[in-house]
Write a protein that binds this ligand. Sequence first.
Ligand SMILES: [Cu+2]
Length: 455
Amino acid sequence: MAFTRRQVLGGLVGLGVVGLGAGGVRYWLGRSSAASHDYELIAAPFDLELVPGHITPAWGYNGQAPGVELRSRQGDWLRVRFINKLSEPTTIHWHGIRLPLEMDGVPYVSQLPVLPGEYFDYVFKTEDAGSFWYHPHQSSSTQLGRGLVGPLVVEEREPSGFRHERSLSLKTWHVDAQGAFTDFSVPREAAREGTRGRLTTINAQPTPTLELPAGQVVRLRLFNLDNTVTYRLNLPGGDVRIYALDGHPVEPRPLGKEYWLGPGMRICLAIKVPAAGQELSLRNGPVRLATLKSVASSEPAGDWPAALPANPVAEPDLSIAETLSFRFEWAAMLVDNVEQGGHYKYWQINGQAWDINDKSCADRPIATLKKNGHYIFELRNMAQYQHPIHLHGMAFKVLSSDRKAIIPYFTDTYLLGKNETARIALVADNPGVWMFHCHVIDHMETGLMAAIAVV
Ligand SMILES: [Cu+2]
């Protein structure tokens, strides 16, 4: 396959880079043109204070982790000049965005890695409004673990009716009590639920207090940018409705008791903020993630906006769809010689384990779909651990599950519970070779990934 040429940095490198001296943010580049949604995005090391009084040697986008929030509008082009100031190769994948393969950011599948000192121009049209995110698709447990994750918001074409919104990026850092990184992937954990970090943050702050205007309806965009953790979101006592799941609108409905937001997934909530002075807890199960504090507002009280307009995703026709089965299995002891640069393989899809060191895996797709064909995928989790199953390039519709009632909805990631079987459907309308994988990063890196070709 021919790849889009990478660019070596010339005179451009110094442009707009602000050196803030030792200990501070080493690089920062903001949005360069509000009208055209153009960004310069730099991946670079920087010092982050997660644990008070201690420095964590993070990697970030534009000097922050999670990275700077990118914004576009539905139907507009997003142009991002990505500059690699890390000491190792990387790429950017745009999670949930339906785009041409050459912009998808998968090394050796859609592009060559962006080497240190190089840049790559990502340019694509944002067809769907919603909450998406971006991250490398290379050395993922380390690169995402160190902080290379960031939110991407595509605003609705017409005003949505929300006057207020907040973005909350969730991440549980692999750091010790002094802020030093611990292992991002431990083999015995990779073989189980995945390697969990210890310090949970929202927008890089542990248990922050967010001030919200009393009496208003506020849109809360929650992004799970973590490698491993499924957050069991709840907001006791709050008047909260779900407006979108993973970037695609749903008919607004109450949040209910709890929503399980797996790695890579997003949820768009609306909250009617109570009277000034009141506080609510956003929680993960019984554990507080953030305090939502109501502060006085001079605005007239807000009302619930109408449902968000559906995105232009092709509707699969189940009467003509072909059914394909995918088994997600634990693969007892497939271990390469680790001393000689091999790595662990604990997981497989339909008997095939992806090898992250083998650049030719994508030449052997696990399924080949006909362009514009209609398909039902039956997803069977044969294991005790849950897998957030993500497909690149196309949205799919979740149809049913043998474990819970499903109101069918479009998404890019489905949290397949332990021993669950679910059915999803899609129209294969985007030609290319697309990654189909678990978003628990060390499951993905130990085999739980495959390529699906659309030709
Ligand atoms: Cu998994």
